[in-house]
Design a protein around this ligand. Structure first.
Ligand code: HEC
Length: 152
């Protein structure tokens, strides 16, 4: 708007002057002025750009991670081979699909939580609580499984 008023004032001044050359010069000047404004505007926009955000976990996986801390982390680590009470779940997503014939990774992880005694990992006793299926809602179970499936 301000630019338009500015240009108009010069237009009129130029017209009054009656000089064709000065009109052209003023037009050129206004055009350059416009470009300058545009450049300043773009520079301002760029400088406001914040650093790229760090990737965050999808909400379902993030919720599962929290549930894991509450219900599972007392017995399972998710990195390395440390045994607290149960086996490390560091690569559970990669291993789960080959534990029980006919069960894919998701089904095996669900079974492990709902019926821990259905299959015992070699070298481990049946020490995983069998009450988890009652404590967790269906949604929480989905979130936990979604999280465990990221541990490859
Ligand atoms: C009191 C300790 C304890 C708690 C708490 C516990 N577990 Fe376990 N878990 C074990 C033990 C011991 C085993 C090995 C015996 C077996 O297969 O049931 C095991 C086995 C597993 C397995 C099979 C791992 C494999 O390599 O095949 C999965 C998956 C698993 N647990 C997930 C969970 C999840 C998810 C939770 C939380 C909701 C949880 N556990 C809570 C003790 C525990």
């Amino acid at each position: 708007m301000a630019v338009a008023v500015f240009m108009r004032r010069y237009w009129i001044a130029a017209a009054l002057n009656g000089s064709k050359l000065s009109v052209e010069l003023i037009l050129l000047r206004n055009r350059l002025f416009g470009l300058l404004l545009l450049a300043i505007l773009l520079a301002a926009c760029n400088s406001q750009e914040t650093a790229a955000p760090l990737p965050t976990l999808p909400p379902e996986v993030a919720a599962g991670k929290q549930l894991f801390q509450v219900h599972c982390a007392s017995c399972h680590v998710i990195e390395g081979d440390t045994v607290i009470v149960g086996p490390s779940l560091a690569r559970v997503a990669a291993n789960a699909g080959s534990r029980v014939a006919g069960l894919d990774a998701r089904q095996y992880i669900e079974l492990s939580i709902l019926q821990p005694d259905a299959f015992l990992v070699e070298g481990f006793d049946n020490l995983m609580p069998s009450t988890l299926g009652k404590q967790l809602t269906g949604e929480e179970l989905d979130q936990l499984v979604a999280y465990l499936l990221t541990l490859e």
